[in-house]
Write a protein that binds this ligand. Structure first.
Ligand code: F6P
Length: 550
């Protein structure tokens, strides 16, 4: 495999980046009536406008050539064919199969996986029905109206983000809680609000070995048993598991009938489409969960069928590659102008940073180019009054995605028009900025004395020329949310292909887990020698112990 930075399109992009230095985004619109159309795509209920990036037509052509040269079309085929593209774990990557509505049969190792997917979906649907109709009740015969999802990472962020995003679709009288942190305060805070007679605990863990989840699950089980007067049989009515590890689930004490399975070819951060989505289905109904899957499926169909030049996830990925590798943007802000999408940036942090936070190529060599950016974000307009200052005038250029829906679920005065005005104004300000001459003119018009103008002008000047994408949908619905998530999943996939990394493993999180289990005995027990630890860690352990044992 030729290193990507030694391919012709990459080198052409390098040259173009040098030639275009200093060119403004605004100037790229001049005399180009087609620019908005050239950089816009529409698919699965979403509209993407990438025209406010510092990308010329020549750059765009080379970016498409880069995608072709990197083998994006073949990579898409390899993924949907069930090839083991997660090479370090020898696994297929088939989350698209979980949301297939085209009656395709997907295969892994020559075996059709679609029947098993449909069987789990049918069981999830029947379970939701039993809970909603009240035929599956708690140990005292009351309906189970509250769900506590215990999970972390992909077993938490996806269902939590979707449940929040689709609040208007929640069924009346139903409540959901998500407990992830091993910090006991998280579980304790939730337990304090619960009625054990009406609560269903979902233990969500692909591996069923994750320390945080198993600790929380055991504590929740202990709490529940105490409330249920030690009635072990009641566990079966109040605890279900979502996992790939049946043995660990039964060892924990959850019977196989109460387990909804999935498979090793579903990555944790791609698992909300699988049984991990049970908390979503319970909160808003299985039909709404299916609508979410259908939205993602619509984006999948576009992704696999549309030519590179017309492909929305491909364009989003290429704009990201340009900004990361040729414009030096190490940070990417995700800015949903939608309060219900307040967990979307956190969800995308895992999707993007766990996938493409890699510095070794598929061939095992160090990457000689930058890969995944730092992803962060908050809903607008809140972020405007917090960190946007740095985006407008800081020393780093931060690429931003602005996301909004034209219509709101909340018909409240002119709130939505104001929200949208800000959604449009910020990218405009970031692109155009404000030069010193116009700052001076404005201040003079306001009657500010000349010496004051000299003092203030530089501070009030905006460099502009900061790259942004806009993603617009009619309304945030299960379908458009599904499409939005799938758009980003495929974007991340294409970028991983171009950067020649494995986007589907996450070895980087393992070392910390191992070291935490080595440190734990030193915190829990007396007389454990600290000589294994570096001096700083040993001193911190000592200090913690001395406070705790006071
Ligand atoms: O530690 C990272 C990770 O493995 C994520 O990839 C995963 O989503 C999360 O932990 C939770 O894992 P599990 O679902 O197996 O508990």
């Amino acid at each position: 495999m030729t290193p990507i930075n030694q391919t012709e399109p990459w080198q052409a992009l390098d040259t173009l980046a040098r030639e275009h230095r200093g060119q403004s985004i605004a100037s790229l619109f001049e005399g180009d009536a087609e620019r908005v159309a050239l950089f816009s795509r529409e698919a699965a209920g979403l509209y993407l406008d990438g025209s406010k990036n510092r990308i010329s037509r020549a750059v765009l052509d080379q970016l498409f050539a880069l995608a072709e040269r990197a083998g994006v079309p073949d990579a898409i085929k390899a993924m949907v064919n069930g090839n083991k593209i997660n090479v370090t774990e020898d696994r297929a990557v088939l989350h698209v199969a979980l949301r297939d509505f085209a009656h395709r049969t997907y295969h892994v190792d020559g075996e059709a996986v679609s029947p098993a997917i449909n069987a789990v979906r049918a069981r999830m649907s029947a379970f939701c029905d039993a809970i909603h109709r009240g035929t599956h009740t708690g140990f005292t015969g009351k309906p189970l109206t509250t769900v506590v999802n215990i999970g972390i990472g992909g077993s938490d962020l996806g269902p939590l983000m979707v449940t929040e995003a689709l609040r208007p679709y929640g069924l009346t009288g139903r409540q959901s809680h998500f407990v992830s942190n091993v910090d006991g305060q998280h579980l304790a805070d939730v337990l304090a609000t619960l009625d054990p007679e009406t609560t269903l605990f979902i233990v969500a863990s692909k591996t069923f070995t994750t320390q945080e989840t198993m600790t929380n699950a055991r504590s929740a089980r202990g709490w529940f048993l105490e409330k249920a007067g030690g009635d072990e049989a009641a566990i079966a009515r109040h605890f279900v598991a979502l996992s790939t590890n049946e043995r660990a689930v039964t060892d924990f004490g959850i019977v196989a009938e109460n387990m909804f399975g999935f498979w090793d070819w579903v990555g944790g951060r791609y698992s909300l489409w699988s049984a991990i989505g049970l908390s979503i289905a319970l909160q808003m109904g299985f039909d709404r969960f299916e609508a979410l899957l259908k939205g993602a499926h619509a984006m999948d169909e576009h992704f696999r069928r549309a030519p590179l030049q017309e492909n929305m996830p491909v364009l989003l990925a290429l704009i990201g590659v340009w900004n990361r590798n040729f414009e030096g943007c190490a940070t990417h802000a995700v800015l949903p102008y939608d309060q219900h999408l307040h967990r979307f940036p956190a969800y995308l942090q895992q999707a993007d940073m766990e996938s493409n936070g890699k510095a070794v190529t598929l061939a095992g060599a160090p990457t000689a180019w930058a890969t995944g950016p730092v992803v962060f974000g908050e809903p607008g307009t809140n972020g405007q009054h917090a960190f946007y200052q740095l985006i407008h005038q800081g020393t780093d250029v931060i690429a931003c995605d602005f996301i909004a829906a034209a219509k709101s679920h909340a018909a409240l005065g002119d709130h939505h028009e104001k929200l949208l005005a800000n959604f449009l104004a910020q990218p405009k300000a970031l692109m155009l900025g404000k030069d010193e001459a116009s700052v001076r003119d404005d201040l003079a018009e306001q009657g500010v004395p000349e010496n004051e103008i000299d003092r203030l002008a530089r501070h009030r000047t905006f460099p502009g020329n900061r790259p942004t994408n806009a993603i617009l949908m009619d309304m945030l619905t299960p379908e458009t949310l599904g499409a939005l998530i799938a758009l980003y999943e495929h974007k991340i996939f294409c970028q991983g292909v171009i950067w020649q990394v494995n986007s589907f493993d996450q070895w980087g999180v393992e070392l910390g887990k191992v070291l935490a289990s080595e440190i734990l005995p030193a915190l829990k027990e007396e007389d454990v020698p600290l000589t294994n630890h570096d001096p700083s860690t040993a001193a911190l352990i000592q200090r913690i112990k001395s406070v705790r044992h006071d």
